[in-house]
Design a protein around this ligand. Sequence first.
Ligand SMILES: [Zn+2]
Length: 345
Amino acid sequence: MSNHQQCALCLERPADKTGSHIIPHFLLKSMVNERGKDICLKTGVFTEPFIGREVLPEKIEEIMGRELSDEDLLKNKSHYTQDYFLCTTCEKRFGEIETYYSTYGVNLNSTEGNLTTTKAQSDLSCLFWYSVLWRASVTRLLNFKLDPNHEEIVRRVLNANLNLSIETTKQNIKDKSTLFGLQYAILIKEGNENPTNTLTMLHPTFTFPYTFIINNYIILFFLSHPQSQINESKDLVTFNNPVDLNPAYQYNEKITLINKTVWDQFIADSIEFLTIQRIALAGNEINDILNEINLKVSNDIKLKIANEILIEFMSNNDPIGVCYSNEKLRNISLHVIAKYQSNIE
Ligand SMILES: [Zn+2]
């Protein structure tokens, strides 16, 4: 008997695999990255950096504003991996489709921003992108969750088609109708100038389509919606553009180029959305801290302290790797509270 739970994909074997990638490494590689070294920021509500082993000290200084402490090193585990949700075999099945897509799909480091197709076969690329979405949902990455019915539809399609050899996977999906109901679009900013290099965001409220921003790409996922509905999707109007859906009947994965102004506006709106979420979450944390400390002050003063902490947190100019960290919020809180405490005594 194994102590592990069932694998979330096959529902048969024990989930014995550690360090499973939720978002494949090659998709994250270009984030805040220099010459192939790994640094990525989890830019959810709070940010936490992950620093790879080969990163130069100067770069660490720039991101963190200091050397890594022992505590940093202990916590320094990629946010995009998780233990014990897959079995070893299913992890290998994902590995096969990732190797295929990283070879033929979009090249995140590419400066060619005017390509409208990739070299990937669009049915295989569909399995790849849905495998990323599904893993994010199962592990609740960045607080994201698919509708449970959608999650199960995607699981079945992935489980039925993914194989340990890409050739067999190709055979499995010869009949494209197995992918019926799973469509997606991949958007890129026209010209690919000033790519969005630090944002990974699974939009928590967009469900039609589910919207995933990663680096210089936006992926829109349409599940079980007829074409007529897709054309009328309110979220798509944002892009002011008909999008090319995959899997396509043509061989290759299609890319939709988005006008620069429209793209920048969408990214700005998304960041604003995250900021609002961050303010709300930081507000809750501050309340918890104030309650724990049990300050003997009136509610008015408490509110004043909370506001002061929040303003200082949202406007701090620390390096990008630490400015919106939980640790930063805690430190600011203690420092502001200490100031009030000395005023009271
Ligand atoms: Zn499995």
